[in-house]
Design a protein around this ligand. Structure first.
Ligand code: ATP
Ligand code: CA
Ligand code: CA
Length: 402
C-alpha cells in the first residue's frame, strides 16, 4: 500500500519541531494524573487551564535531556483532553507509541489552502494539524459543548480531538507553533480510491490539480463529484439524524467552512479504474490494486479487519454503494444525474475543519466576494446559512439504498 506524505527524518526542515512535539506529548501523556471521571467539573474547561513546561537541552527535574534547542511546551485543558482520549477509547501507551516512535511522522504536502501543515502518524491513526491562534480560541471556547456532544452521540461525525498544544522556541526565533491532534478519518487497511471534500458551496470548489495529476490521493471537491452515496435504510436514517445533530452544534458555536470528508474503496475487480472520468495516473502501486465492480448484490458485508474484528460504525468501514452520476454542463449544478450504474464500496466519512468561526475576516470575505459572485455559491456565509446549505447538499448526495 502506498503511503501518503514524506517521512520527517534528520535534515528535514521540521525535524526539530517534530522532536519537540514528541518530547511534549510523551511528557503530557506520561505524566501521572488523577483518576478519570467522565463527569468533568466546569473548571477543567477554563481557558486558563494550561500548563507550560520548559524543556532545557540538559534536561530538568521533569524533562529528559534532548538534542534540540530549548523550547517551551503548552498543554491546553489537559484534563479535558485526557478525558476525551479515554472517551474515545485511546490507550495512553498506544497513543504515545503512535506519535513518539522513531520515524513516526510524515508530513503531507499541505492539503489545504489555509497554510496549515499536516502530519500523519506512521500507523495512520492520527493526524496533526498546525492551527492559528484564533482556531485555538475557538476550540477552547467550544470545548464544553463539544465534550457534551461527543459524550452524548457515539456516532457523531465531527472530528475527534485528542490534544491541543503549543511549542514555543525560546531562542532568538520566539516562534510559536500551535497544533491539534485529531483522528485520521481515512485510517484503514483498504486502499482509498476516491476522496471528496464537500461543503455544499460551488464557487472555486474543484480540485486545483490538472487532470493528468489527479490520482486516488487527490482530494476532489463539490464540482468534481460524480457519485451519489447509497446507504442501507438503517444507516441512512442514523446518518440523517447525526448530520442534523452535528450541524446544530456547529451552528450554535457559530462555526462555518467545515466540510464532509468522504473516502471510499471500490470492492473487487473487473471494471478497470480508468473507465472513470477521473483517471488515476503516475501511480506506482496499481498492479495489485482493486478496481470497481458493478454491484449485483445490493447488500454487502464489510470484510472484517485483519485482526478478525469487524468494526462498523457510522462513517467507519461502512459497506455501501455508490452510483455514478453525470454532470450537466451547467457548472453551478452541484449534483449530477444518476446513471443507474452502482459499485459496492467501503465508505468512510466525517466532518472536518470545524475550527473556523464567522469572524470579521470571514464577514469581509463574504461582503467582498458577494460583489463579484452569486452570494449563495461562496463558502463564506453566516453559520446558519452555511449549515442549511451544507445539509441540503449532503441530503441530496446521500440517499437510502432501496
Ligand atoms: P482550508 O481552510 O483551506 O479548507 P485547512 O488547512 O483548514 O484548509 P482542512 O480543510 O482541515 O485544511 O484539511 C485539508 C485536507 O486534509 C482535507 O480536505 C482532507 O483531505 C485532509 N484532512 C483534514 N482533516 C482530516 C482528518 N481528520 N482525517 C483525514 N483527512 C483529513
Ligand atoms: Ca477545509
Ligand atoms: Ca480551515
Amino acid at each position: 500500500k502506498r503511503r501518503q506524505g514524506q517521512t520527517i527524518s534528520k535534515g528535514h526542515k521540521n525535524y526539530e519541531l517534530m522532536l519537540n512535539l514528541q518530547l511534549g506529548i510523551r511528557h503530557s501523556v506520561g505524566r501521572p494524573g488523577p483518576a478519570i471521571s467522565l463527569d468533568l467539573k466546569s473548571s477543567a474547561f477554563d481557558p486558563k487551564e494550561k500548563i507550560w513546561t520548559k524543556f532545557p537541552p540538559e534536561g530538568s527535574k521533569h524533562t529528559p535531556p534532548h538534542q534540540s534547542s530549548e523550547f517551551k511546551w503548552k498543554d491546553y485543558c489537559p484534563l479535558v483532553f485526557r478525558t476525551l482520549r479515554k472517551l474515545f477509547d485511546v490507550d495512553a501507551a498506544d497513543y504515545m507509541i503512535s506519535i513518539c516512535g522513531n520515524d513516526a511522522l510524515r508530513e503531507l504536502s499541505s492539503p489545504g489552502k489555509s497554510g496549515s501543515f499536516f502530519y500523519l502518524t506512521n500507523d495512520d491513526k492520527y493526524m496533526i494539524k498546525t492551527i492559528k491562534k484564533a482556531e485555538v480560541k475557538v476550540l477552547i471556547r467550544m470545548l464544553p459543548a463539544y465534550y457534551d456532544h461527543v459524550r452524548s452521540f457515539e456516532n457523531t461525525l465531527v472530528t475527534k480531538f485528542y490534544g491541543l498544544h503549543c511549542v514555543k522556541l525560546t531562542g532568538t526565533a520566539q516562534k510559536k507553533v500551535r497544533f491539534v491532534i485529531m483522528g485520521n478519518l481515512l485510517c484503514t487497511h483498504y486502499t482509498i480510491h476516491r476522496r471528496f471534500d464537500l461543503k455544499g458551496s460551488s464557487h472555486g470548489r474543484t480540485t486545483s490539480k490538472p487532470e493528468s495529476e489527479i490520482d486516488p490521493s487527490t482530494t476532489l471537491k463539490d464540482l468534481d463529484l460524480n457519485y451519489i452515496f447509497r446507504l442501507e435504510k438503517m444507516w441512512f436514517e442514523e446518518f440523517c439524524r447525526q448530520v442534523d445533530k452535528d450541524c446544530e452544534l456547529l451552528e450554535q458555536e457559530r462555526i462555518m467552512d467545515y466540510s464532509l470528508l468522504i473516502g471510499f474503496h471500490f470492492r473487487e475487480v473487473p471494471t478497470p479504474l480508468n473507465s472513470e472520468a477521473v483517471t488515476p495516473t503516475g501511480n506506482e502501486d496499481h498492479e495489485n490494486e482493486e478496481a470497481p465492480r458493478l454491484s449485483q448484490t445490493g447488500k454487502v458485508q464489510a470484510d472484517s479487519e485483519p485482526s478478525g474484528r469487524s468494526s462498523i460504525r457510522l462513517g467507519i468501514n461502512m459497506p455501501a454503494r455508490v452510483e455514478k452520476t453525470v454532470r450537466k454542463t451547467d457548472e453551478t449544478q452541484l449534483v449530477g444525474e444518476p446513471t443507474g450504474v452502482c459499485y459496492d464500496v467501503i465508505l468512510f466519512f466525517g466532518i472536518i475543519d470545524i475550527l473556523q468561526d464567522y469572524d470579521i475576516t470571514k464577514k469581509l470575505e463574504h461582503a467582498y466576494k458577494s460583489m463579484q459572485y452569486d452570494p449563495t455559491s461562496i463558502s463564506a456565509v453566516d453559520p446558519k446559512q452555511y449549515s442549511k446549505r451544507f445539509r441540503d447538499f449532503i441530503f441530496k448526495v446521500f440517499v437510502e439504498d432501496t
